[in-house]
Design a binder for this molecule. Structure first.
Ligand SMILES: C[S@@+](CC[C@H](N)C(=O)[O-])C[C@H]1O[C@@H](n2cnc3c(N)ncnc32)[C@H](O)[C@@H]1O
Length: 183
C-alpha cells in the first residue's frame, strides 16, 4: 500500500496491525513522520510499514501498490483528478485507488460562514454530486463511494452498498448510489 500525505500514519499502521498490509507512507511534515514511526513501533508493525519524510507531489513508486491512497491531501496533485492520475502511476493492474476528500453537505451562504467551517473559501470544496461528477469521466473500472458524516460527535461511515469495515450495518442501495456509480 502507498499512502501519499500519510500524516501520523494512522491508516497504514492500523491496517498493518488489523489486516496485515505492508506499505509506505510519505509526508512532508517531519513531526507527523516521526509520530507515524512511533505509532508503527507501538502497534508492533514497524517491520511492515515505512514512513518517508518528503514531498509526495509527483511521487511515483517503483514498486507498484495494490492500494494507492491519498486522504485529505489532494492538493499535492492539484485536486482529486490530478491525484487519481498521480496515484494510478503507482498502482498495479487491478489495484484500488483510495481518496479522502472533503465536500460541502450544503453550500455556505457566505465566505465568512465557509471560513467558520475552517475552509479558506467556498470554492475550496464542492457539493458531493459535483465532486463525483468532477472525476466520473475517468476511465476506471468501478468506483465505490463512502461518505462520512459527523453527527453529535459520532462518526458514521456510509458505504455505497457494501458492509462497513467498522462493523456498522451496510446502508441499502439507493437511487443516489446509482447516480454516483457511473461504471
Ligand atoms: C489533513 S492531513 C491528512 C493526513 C492523513 N492522510 C490522515 O488522513 O490522517 C494532510 C497531510 O498531508 C501532508 N502534506 C501536505 N502537503 C504534502 C506534500 N506536498 N507532500 C507530502 N505530504 C504533504 C501534511 O503534512 C499532512 O500530514
Amino acid at each position: 500500500m502507498l499512502d501519499l500525505g500519510s500524516g501520523s500514519g494512522e491508516m497504514l499502521c492500523t491496517w498493518a496491525r488489523d489486516y496485515g498490509v505492508i506499505g509506505t507512507g510519505i509526508d512532508m511534515s517531519q513531526l507527523f513522520t516521526e509520530q507515524a514511526k512511533l505509532r508503527a513501533e507501538k502497534l508492533g508493525v514497524a517491520d511492515q510499514v515505512k514512513f518517508i519524510h518528503g514531498d509526495a507531489a509527483g511521487f511515483v513508486s517503483d514498486e507498484k501498490a495494490g492500494v494507492a491512497a491519498c486522504l485529505g491531501a489532494t492538493w499535492i496533485a492539484g485536486g482529486v483528478v490530478g491525484t487519481i492520475e498521480l496515484l494510478a502511476q503507482s498502482l498495479r493492474p487491478g489495484g484500488i485507488i483510495l481518496i479522502g476528500e472533503p465536500y460541502w453537505r450544503q453550500l455556505p451562504p457566505t465566505e465568512d460562514v465557509a471560513r467558520g467551517c475552517l475552509a479558506g473559501s467556498i470554492s475550496d470544496f464542492l457539493l458531493l454530486p459535483e465532486l463525483l461528477a468532477s472525476f466520473g469521466h475517468l476511465a476506471t473500472t468501478s468506483w465505490k463511494w463512502f461518505w462520512q458524516t459527523k453527527t453529535a460527535g459520532t462518526d458514521t461511515r456510509r458505504p455505497s452498498g457494501s458492509p462497513c469495515a467498522d462493523g456498522l450495518k451496510p446502508i441499502p442501495t439507493t437511487s443516489s448510489r446509482k447516480m454516483f456509480e457511473p461504471n
